[in-house]
Design a protein around this ligand. Structure first.
Ligand SMILES: [Zn+2]
Length: 254
C-alpha cells in the first residue's frame, strides 16, 4: 500500500521512540459474531456429533490472532457507506459476502505504524476521500498477526474490491521482503488459510494488490479510478505466495 509510505514511516519512527499505538479498542476480545465470523457461508449446515463440534471450533477466531481494533464508529461507518455508494453503487459499510483476499505490503516496518496510519480517520493522501484507508489484518516481520478491523466491516484497501474482499497488510517495503521472511510468511499463510477456509474462498481468489484490475469481482464506478491499482504483491510474487498456500494443505472438512 504505497500511499502510506510517508505517514507509515513517520509513525514507525514515533513507535521506535517508544510511543505505543493507542489503547486496545472496546471490541478487543469480542465474540465471534461481533467479528462477523458467524455471518459467513460455513455458519450453516453443520454436520452432527463430533464433526459439528470441530466445525464450531473452526468458526472461532484462533488465539494467535491478536485483536487491536482501530476506531470504527458510527461516523466512519457512515463514511464507508457513502464511499460504497459512490464507487460500487450500493450504500453499505457491511462486508456481507467476502469473495477475495487481497495481500499488501505496508511500506513501513512496524505494526504500530500501520495501526496509527489506519486509525487516524482523515482523508487519504492519494484520493482525499473519507473514510481513511485500512486493512483487516497486519502481519509483522516476526510473524505476529493483528486484526485491526472486524470482519463484517468494509475497509478501503484496494480500489474496485473493497465491497467484496478482506485486506491483509504485511510490514516491509517490497514483495521480496515478505516472501523472503520465513516467520512472516508462515504467519501470513496461516492467516490466509484460516480466513479463506472460513469463508470458502479458493486459492485463486487470494490475490495481490497489483492483480486487482484482473479480478472478476472488480467494480469501480468513478471513471478516473477504473484503472487504478498499486505495485504491491505483483503476479510473479503471488504465484509464489499461492504455491505456498497450496502447499499448506486443503481446508479442514467442516
Ligand atoms: Zn496495497
Amino acid at each position: 500500500m504505497k500511499r502510506l509510505a510517508t505517514a507509515a514511516a513517520a509513525v514507525g519512527l514515533v513507535a521506535a521512540l517508544g510511543v505505543l499505538a493507542g489503547p486496545v479498542a472496546e471490541h478487543a476480545g469480542s465474540s465471534a459474531s461481533a467479528n462477523g465470523v458467524a455471518a459467513g457461508p460455513a455458519a450453516g449446515a453443520a454436520p452432527p456429533g463430533a464433526a459439528r463440534q470441530s466445525n464450531r471450533a473452526a468458526l472461532r477466531m484462533p488465539a494467535w490472532i491478536h485483536r487491536h481494533f482501530i476506531p470504527f464508529g458510527a461516523k466512519r461507518k457512515h463514511q464507508m457507506a457513502r464511499y460504497s455508494l459512490r464507487h460500487y453503487g450500493v450504500r453499505s459499510w457491511r462486508l456481507r459476502n467476502p469473495r477475495q483476499i487481497v495481500e499488501h505490503v505496508a511500506v513501513g516496518n512496524s505494526v504500530a505504524g500501520v495501526y496509527r496510519t489506519f486509525a487516524a480517520n482523515r482523508p487519504d493522501p492519494e484520493f482525499h476521500e473519507l473514510p481513511n484507508v485500512c486493512a483487516h489484518f497486519v502481519v509483522s516481520g516476526r510473524g505476529r498477526v493483528v486484526q485491526l478491523v472486524p470482519l463484517g466491516i468494509r475497509c478501503r484497501h484496494t480500489v474496485g474490491l473493497n465491497h467484496v474482499s478482506f485486506g491483509i497488510e504485511h510490514t516491509g517495503f517490497t514483495d521480496g521482503d515478505v516472501l523472503g521472511n520465513p516467520r512472516q510468511m508462515r504467519a501470513s499463510i496461516r492467516l490466509t488459510k484460516w480466513l479463506r477456509c472460513r469463508y470458502g474462498i479458493g486459492i485463486r481468489d487470494v490475490i495481490g494488490h497489483n492483480e486487482s484490475l484482473g479480478s472478476r469481482f472488480h467494480r469501480e464506478l468513478v471513471p478516473a479510478m477504473k484503472n487504478q491499482t498499486h505495485g504491491d504483491f505483483r503476479h510473479a510474487s503471488m504465484r509464489r505466495y499461492r504455491k505456498a498456500l497450496h502447499d499448506a494443505g486443503r481446508c479442514p472438512r467442516a
